[in-house]
Write a protein that binds this ligand. Structure first.
Ligand SMILES: [Zn+2]
Length: 429
């Protein structure tokens, strides 16, 4: 590293207390999603902080996005700081929302307590720690190299945990991620400080309904049981679809290993009478169910495509309709997300690769995510391919009780991010 870069690393080290305070402040704003609480509060907090550090900010509400209402408005912030010379724009995007708390906590989920070098709280790891690290990285870089080229942006966006339509998707539609505006995007999701995440698998969600005919439960032969028809569907999944999916492998470096094949979860099943409230003490009525529904969550590989994935399920259902008496079905697509994979030769990849080498003294691991994250919108809507996820935190802690972020990990990844800025925004000899 050069003398200048060494100074930058020392500056970040000296900002440790500030980084802790910032992370605690962010955790203490309970941005639960659903329903989408406190988005405006966290945007106002970031607005105050980043304005103080010379950023120009815009607060953008995703009017009309799923979940947006006057009670739960979907607020986002984009902060922009231009350098003194033309050059590329590097954008750090973090989602501000966190998932429900759940049970089993021994720390206050919104307390931001520090214990043993870790900060605890819902969202500490996913991903307020990453947001805080990127802010410290940018502020340290600007303080050390005020004469930099190009621009730095930091965004805090809503709703990643529920699809990102009120967050990054909305900003991408407004042109915030147009390649002529932004050239490099780093999403500080918790992938560990020495790993570069190139993208994610695709997802396809659908509801399948089988139909029957209602009759008295004592004379099922007078009706037609929709649940038995669904049983035949599940049977086909077991005998044909699951083995076929398990045999498909991807070249994507997906972690954990099990996600390098195609997978499908059956999220829910429901047939017959609706469940009664818990305080209902009566017995169920005797009826043959005339409808049964399942929701499936199919995750697919870069080597597969949408038409193939939905087509094989449809084919299986059509085969049943041919071969099974009275089998009738409907299949409704609920959502679809294409896989996203950034090229390993992309500039943001080689930049962060080198920064990990220089800062951590090791080669990075390359990974892809089993589930999707906001890269999908930057890729598909924004048409920006030069995007990775890189940030501190242990992925397996996300959404768990006693979620935490390691303070040293945040410092290290802030150094990697700041080092990346020196490569992208300072003239290189
Ligand atoms: Zn996340």
């Amino acid at each position: 590293m050069s003398v200048d870069t060494d100074r930058l690393m020392i500056r970040i080290q000296s900002m440790r207390d500030e980084l802790i305070q910032l992370t605690q402040d962010l955790i203490r704003i309970p941005t639960l999603n659903p329903p989408g609480d406190c988005y405006r509060d966290i945007c106002d907090y970031l607005d105050t902080r980043l304005t103080r550090h010379g950023f120009d900010t815009q607060l953008i509400r995703a009017h009309g996005a799923p979940g947006d209402s006057d009670k739960f408005p979907r607020w986002n912030i984009v902060a922009h700081k231009s350098g003194h010379h033309p050059g590329d724009c590097v954008h750090f995007n973090s989602h501000t929302d966190v998932v429900e708390v759940g049970h089993g906590w021994t720390f206050d989920p919104f307390g931001g307590e520090v214990h043993d070098g870790k900060i605890y709280g819902r969202g500490a790891c996913d991903m307020k720690g990453g947001l805080a690290a990127s802010i410290i990285a940018a502020e340290a870089f600007i303080a050390e190299f005020p004469d930099f080229h190009g621009a730095i942006e930091i965004s805090g966006t809503a709703d990643e945990e529920s699809g990102g339509y009120g967050g990054v998707a909305h900003l991408a539609e407004q042109g915030f991620f147009a390649p002529e505006r932004v050239q490099h995007v780093i999403i500080p999701e918790p992938l560990n400080k020495d790993r570069i995440c190139l993208g994610h698998r695709g997802g396809w969600w659908a509801e399948i309904e089988t139909f029957g005919e209602i009759a008295h439960g004592s004379m099922p032969f007078l009706g037609d049981c929709a649940v038995r028809h669904m049983g035949a569907v599940l049977d086909k999944f077991e005998s044909d679809l699951f083995p076929a999916m398990a045999a498909r492998h991807t070249d994507m470096p997906v972690v954990p290993e099990g996600a390098r094949s195609s997978t499908m979860n059956i999220n829910s099943i429901h047939g017959g009478q609706p469940e009664q409230p818990e305080d209902y003490t009566g017995l169920p009525a005797h009826c043959v169910p005339d409808s049964c529904r399942i929701v499936i969550d199919r995750r697919y590989l870069a080597e597969e495509n949408h038409a193939q994935v939905s087509g094989e399920v449809k084919q299986l259902l059509q085969d049943l309709a041919q071969n099974r008496e009275n089998f009738r079905f409907e299949m409704r697509e609920l959502n679809h997300v294409a896989p996203s994979m950034t090229d390993r030769a992309a500039p943001v990849v080689s930049t962060v690769d080198r920064a990990i080498h220089d800062v951590l003294g090791k080669a990075p691991d390359y990974v892809a995510s089993p589930g999707t994250y906001d890269q999908k919108h930057i890729d598909r809507i924004g048409k920006l391919k030069n995007c990775i996820a890189y940030g501190p935190g242990i992925l397996e802690l996300a959404h768990k009780p006693d979620e935490y972020i390691g303070i040293d990990d945040m410092i290290d990844s802030a150094k990697v991010m700041a080092h990346s800025l020196t490569q992208l925004l300072l003239p290189q000899e």
